[in-house]
Design a protein around this ligand. Sequence first.
Ligand code: B1M
Length: 212
Amino acid sequence: MSIFEEISSFLQSGRAPKVKELVQQAIDEGLEPKQILEEGLLSAMSIVGDKFKRNEVFVPEVLVAARAMKAGVEVLRPHLVASGVENKGTVVIGTVKGDLHDIGKNLVKMMFEGKGLEVIDLGVDVAPETFVAKAKEHNAQIICCSALLTTTMPEMKNVVELAEKEGIRDSVKIMVGGAPVTKEFCESVGADYYTPDAASAAETALNICLAK
Ligand code: B1M
C-alpha cells in the first residue's frame, strides 16, 4: 500500500493522529505537499462524500473524517503557505449563512496566504451584513463566499445586493465558490468571479489585487 493509500484509509476511518503522523512522514520523505493534499487527503474526503451520498456512512462518520482531514491539512499548512511574503491585498472570506462546511474554505484561505494576500477569515454561517461590514472595516479588495449546500447558495445573492446597498460594490470584487456553485450561478447572482478550486481561486484573487 502506498503512503497516499494509507493516509486515505486512515482519513476515511477518522483516525486523526494516524493521518497527522503519515502526512508528516510523507513530508519527511520529500513528497510534494500538493500531491499529499490531492492524492492523500482530498481524494479520501471525496470517497467519504460518495459514501455519504449512498447512505453507506452518516454524519458522525463524516465529521470524524473531516476532523482527520483538518489534522492532516494543519501539518501541511506551513509547507503550502510561503512565509514572509509581502501583503499584496486584503480578502474577506467566509462560508455563507446557514452553512457550516469549512474545509474547502480553509484550503482557499491557505492558498490565498501562500500568494501573500492578507485574509480576514469570518468562519462559517456568516451573514451578509458581516461580510459587508468586515470588508468595509478592513478596506478589502475582495469578498469571498463559499457554500456547499444548494440551500445556502442563494445567500451569495444577498451579499452582492447588500454590497450594492452599502455603496461598496464598485470598490470590492465578489468571488464565489464551493462544490454546487457554477459559473452560470455566479453570473445569475451578479457576483464577479467563480473558480472551481482553491488554487484557481488564489490565482484569480492575486490578479484582482495586482490590477487594483
Ligand atoms: Co455535508 N453535505 N452536510 N457535512 N458534506 C455535502 C456538501 C453533500 C454534497 C453530501 C452529499 O449528500 N453527497 C450534501 C449537500 C447536498 C446539497 O446541498 N445538494 C451535504 C449535506 C446534505 C449536509 C447536511 C445537511 C447533512 C445533514 O445534517 N443531514 C449537513 C448540513 C450542515 C450545515 O452546513 N448547515 C452537513 C454536515 C456536514 C458535516 C458537519 C458532517 C461535515 C462538514 C465538516 C466541516 O466542513 N467542518 C460535512 C462534510 C465533510 C461534507 C462532504 C462529505 C465533504 C465536504 C468537503 O469538505 N469536501 C460533502 C460531500 C462532498 O463534497 N463530496 C458534504 C472537501 C473540500 C476540500 O471540498 O468544500 O468542495 P469543497 O472545496 C473545494 C472547492 O469546492 C473549492 O475549493 C475547495 C478545494 O479545492 N471552493 C472554493 C470551496 N469554497 C470556495 C470558495 C471560492 C473558490 C473555490 O471562492 C470564494
